[in-house]
Design a protein around this ligand. Structure first.
Ligand code: HEC
Length: 220
């Protein structure tokens, strides 16, 4: 009991006495806060530099991020995205055009054999694998009237697919679909160049009338 009521001897040994503490507080209270020394406005240059960096970063992402679409560039991609980005193969494009509902496939059939008595075949047809000039005209402007294909007579009509028709296919599309039919189903003829289609189209100007086999036979 007596031990608790005695003052702790360590208090006397304390480094700071009450008096010195009070004195140093009084001294501090008398001082003005040193604002100038501790706070400064951000240098204006830095503001410009950081604004510039944010602006550059935003513009860069806007232009080159590809909207973060993995198909735009993905070194680990294995599938369709890469195929889609590859240069267009006229055979692939041509096949797609050929198979478009309402286009060639509707009449000439998926196997290119046509329908006996109604639509002539594109397989083993001298019109397909022969003269490029004639073939391009058939696709651009259409064909009507009597025609002999692979020894069989037909007399019907086919629409044109070029510019100004209901299909309005560009020269690339015409070239692609013709290249396709010249190399599919065992046909083995050279590709049709886009420039050749353009040349024929330009030569025929605003022609919209379908050709007849007789007209075409006068051409090279
Ligand atoms: C509406 C049906 C129809 C469509 C669609 C059609 N054709 Fe024809 N095509 C015909 C008919 C009918 C003939 C024969 C015309 C005639 O009797 O003078 C023909 C003839 C041809 C010929 C010449 C004869 C032959 O068989 O080799 C070629 C080449 C040809 N078509 C290619 C095409 C291509 C390529 C497409 C698609 C871009 C196409 N056709 C779309 C009906 C069609």
């Amino acid at each position: 009991m007596s031990a608790q009521s005695q003052p702790d001897p360590r208090a006397d040994a304390s480094a700071v006495s009450d008096e010195t503490l009070m004195a140093s507080h009084a001294k501090l209270l008398g001082q003005q806060p040193d604002e100038k020394g501790r706070y400064r406005l951000m240098p204006l240059n830095l503001l410009f530099i950081f604004s510039g960096m944010i602006f550059f970063g935003g513009t860069y992402l806007g232009r080159f991020s590809g909207y973060f679409n993995p198909g735009v560039f993905n070194e680990y991609s294995t599938g369709t995205a890469v195929v889609a980005a590859a240069p267009l193969d006229p055979i692939v494009v041509g096949k797609k055009l050929y198979l478009t509902p309402g286009a060639c496939v509707t009449c000439h059939q998926p196997n290119g054999a046509g329908l006996p008595g109604a639509f002539p075949p594109l397989v083993n047809s001298e019109w397909v694998t022969g003269s490029e000039e004639r073939l391009i005209r058939v696709a651009l402007h259409g064909l009507q009237g009597p025609i002999k294909v692979a020894g069989v007579d037909y007399n019907s009509a086919m629409p044109g697919f070029g510019q100004g028709t209901g299909f309005n296919w560009s020269d690339d599309k015409i070239a692609a679909v013709l290249t396709y039919i010249r190399q599919e189903w065992g046909n083995k003829a050279g590709p049709i160049a886009v420039e050749k289609v353009t040349a024929v189209r330009t030569k025929e100007g605003a022609r919209s009338a379908a050709w007849t086999a007789a007209d075409l036979e006068k051409l090279p």
